[in-house]
Design a protein around this ligand. Sequence first.
Ligand code: HSE
Length: 419
Amino acid sequence: METHKQLGIGLFGFGVVGEGLYKVLQQTPSLSARLKKVCIRNPEKQRNAPAELFTTDRSVLLNDPEINVIVEVIDDANAAFAIITEALKNGKDVVSASKKMIAEHLDELLALQQQTGRSLLYEAAACASIPVIRNLEEYYDNDLLHSIRAIVNGSTNFILTKMFEEGLDFRQALLLAQQLGFAESNPSLDVEGYDAVNKWTFLLTHAYGITASPENILFNGIQNIHAGDAAVALARHQQIKLVAQAQKLQNGQVAAFVLPQFVKQDDHLSFVKNEYNGVVIESGFADKQFFYGKGAGSLPTASAVLSDIAALRYQYKYEYKKLYHHQPHTLSEEVYLRVYVSFEDWKYIPREKFEWIEEWHAQEERKYLVGVIGFRELKDQTWWKDNNTSLILAPDPVIETVEIRKLKKKSLELAGLAL
Ligand code: HSE
């Protein structure tokens, strides 16, 4: 008796990931998946595969009855969405790595999966080689997942490592990330945090059943981090990482954001260097778990695509358990954050918006403070990224509303003692 489905694959895109997948499929004959056609945009480009494999006509793939799996690894989010929509409607299963497209069209993609009954898998779209989506989806019961903290963008982690540990300047580090195939074709998507927040939106869906669009999540990238900030980190034996965080609050809601953060030496994320990604999960009884692996690059990303293709042999689908089978969580803005802010002039800093300021220092060219501020004060404002200002979260940055009064009283008492 045949135990699994025979797969005929139509591949869209033959860039870093597409070519990686081609190589990986050739080295995995046991999968018995046949790559039938590859659709590309530019037929002139030299490619390391037989010419008859390629076409520029997408309908050749989308209308071939022998192709039952469409793998989409292209760069253009709008074209990717159109391809996936048509593929699902034509009764094909889909594997995608297009994080921007998934983040921007999540609601429509959820509806399409329900309407068509087909499977859409996208493990490669977040943390590349780390099987984070399937684990969040299958392993963690809703109520047990206390928090997730993660490095989800390989390029920014690579740049921070090269700059602050190997002395490269920003341009050199970014160029290297581009040459190694880690960066997006528009690298500001990486550097300014868009890629990380895109990934965070659908990881929140699989973790907590939250369906938020990227613009509803507080985020920034690494573009404002200053050499002086790295010196402060060094003096404190800490590192600066771009951290995506989601934390369940006492009221049952979830606080989520993607921001640079000071990371202590004993934090698992401090171990994550270069293009690696890492995910620290805190759950009810297991305490902390740490997932670690390459988060960008040709073969690591292709490995996740391959795993999704293999899962389709057994008709695997995401059930979106936290969304459909549990009470989905909602995002909360009712929290406070402990932040470090470095800046050129006090005039750019709305001091009155802080609950309290714990430290302030003036160096020759730059000043910095550490204080506590309401999440909303950051969400609704841009002063903290304008005028060459840099905001980095302190370690353990989230303070719940129920805690704030107690802490405020204590900090005022301490300030009184100091006078
Ligand atoms: N540009 C992305 C990154 C590629 O650096 O993480 C992997 O999604």
